[in-house]
Design a protein around this ligand. Structure first.
Ligand SMILES: Cc1cc2nc3c(=O)[nH]c(=O)nc-3n(C[C@H](O)[C@H](O)[C@H](O)COP(=O)(O)OP(=O)(O)OC[C@H]3O[C@@H](n4cnc5c(N)ncnc54)[C@H](O)[C@@H]3O)c2cc1C
Length: 380
């Protein structure tokens, strides 16, 4: 039994009351997984990446990855679990003790939902340093104006981390950005509006408009101008967690595919007896097995405080590709039934597909490996 088995076991227990039918229903109606988020919070999982000094369990990324992997391996859509855990990173690493004291107890108790992260803008896309949202200092306040897109769960969050430009661009392209902790309920009354974007996944994607929103300077996370570095700082953890979620998805696909292949009979024998059916499943298993080792290695390096840029990027890339391929193989193995909503395969296929694109596209991961690891010239 590995030392994380107790967390895996608890994660499975948390997911037990939320079978495929729960996620299917939410997917079809576009409803928010409030009951699941409550159970996740009550299990203490929101505090996984929060240090003990802030009332968290301080378990770290290895434990977080194990929990999220296990949640996805049950067939759940763990996007909200990821959001609740991951949003903490910049806040606990760089936020002031006063902010932590004000919000952390309420977040950890589940009274406040801290699940949204406002970075992406339509015109900038992947080139985040081109974002146009501005926060201008005005006495004890900042005035924020701009438009964010693709912000997940903003219509169900109490708190949002928001990236905005606070100083003009210099030679260092990543300078001049700041992160703010936005009290969403308050902001909605005074200059913030949220509108839904309908997508192929039940991700509660939104567009958020900020029109001269005044926030106290106390909402600033860390130092003004350093926000982009704080985002970069949290990226390795995010990539590791996403990698673990993809491994969970891949495990689920492989379990479904191998189970079905063993029982579905065509031409008087199980389809899984045909090597044309079993080899792709075995190949998906091999790819997932290897990717999982890289996710685990990246998480261990991160928790030890060692450099893990290469491993975190490899983990995200390999795991998202493994789950994408496992999903494709699973759908193929189920034949027509894979397309039936009741089988959940098509839902998981759509959900897992996201992770080759978000939170960072795999092309950008390859770009990191090509330039930072292999030393080739930058393409942008
Ligand atoms: C469901 C969903 C949820 C999301 N949630 C959030 C959220 O909560 N908060 C948030 O801030 N953002 C969120 N995002 C945004 C997400 O991070 C971006 O969609 C993603 O980073 C890609 O950016 P883009 O969509 O602008 O693509 P673009 O930048 O327009 O890129 C389009 C394609 O071109 C490729 N490309 C671009 N430049 C290059 C290059 N130089 N070399 C090679 N290929 C390149 C990309 O890889 C991509 O495949 C979410 C997106 C989705 C779809």
């Amino acid at each position: 039994m590995d030392d994380l088995e107790q967390f895996r076991e608890t994660a499975r227990a948390v997911c037990k009351p939320f079978p495929g039918s729960y996620w299917r229903e939410l997917d079809q109606t576009g409803a928010f997984p409030a009951e699941f988020l409550k159970a996740f919070t009550e299990a203490g999982f929101v505090s996984t990446l929060v240090p003990e000094k802030y009332g968290g369990s301080g378990l770290g990324t290895r434990a977080g990855a194990a929990i999220l992997e296990e949640i996805h391996a049950t067939g759940a859509d763990g996007a909200i679990a990821h959001a609740a855990m991951n949003a903490m990173t910049a806040f606990v690493r760089h936020g002031s003790p006063a902010l932590a004291k004000k919000w952390m107890p309420r977040i950890l108790a589940g009274e406040k939902r801290f699940i949204s992260f406002g970075v992406t803008e339509a015109a900038a896309g992947t080139d985040t340093v081109r974002i146009a949202t501005r926060a201008v200092r005005d006495g004890d306040c900042y005035r924020i104006s701009g438009r964010k897109t693709w912000i997940s769960h903003a219509d169900h969050t109490d708190l949002m981390l928001l990236l905005a430009r606070t100083a003009p661009q210099t030679d260092r392209r990543t300078d001049g950005f700041s992160i703010f902790l936005i009290d969403v309920n308050d902001a909605l009354k005074r200059g913030m509006s949220v509108s839904p974007i309908k997508t192929m996944v039940n991700h509660h994607s939104t567009e958020c408009l900020f029109e001269d929103l005044e926030v106290s300077a106390e909402c600033l996370i860390g130092e003004a101008g350093s926000g982009f570095r704080y985002i970069l700082d949290g990226m390795n953890a995010e990539r590791i967690l996403i990698g673990a979620e993809c491994i969970g998805d891949a495990r689920w696909f492989i379990e479904q595919a191998s189970g079905y292949a063993g029982t579905r009979e065509v031409f008087g024998r199980p389809i899984g007896q045909n090597q044309g059916v079993q080899f792709p499943i075995a190949e998906a298993y091999a790819e997932t097995f290897a990717a999982r080792l890289v996710v685990e290695r990246a998480a261990a390096l991160f928790d030890a405080g060692d450099d893990c840029g290469e491993e975190a990027n490899l983990a995200k890339f390999l795991a998202s590709r493994a789950s994408y391929r496992a999903g494709d193989v699973c759908l193929q193995t189920f034949g027509g039934l894979g397309f039936a909503v009741e089988a959940d395969i098509e839902r998981k296929f759509r959900e897992s597909r996201l992770y080759t694109v978000a939170p960072v596209s795999n092309n950008l991961v390859l770009s990191y490996l090509a330039t930072k690891v292999l030393g080739m010239p930058r393409s942008y």
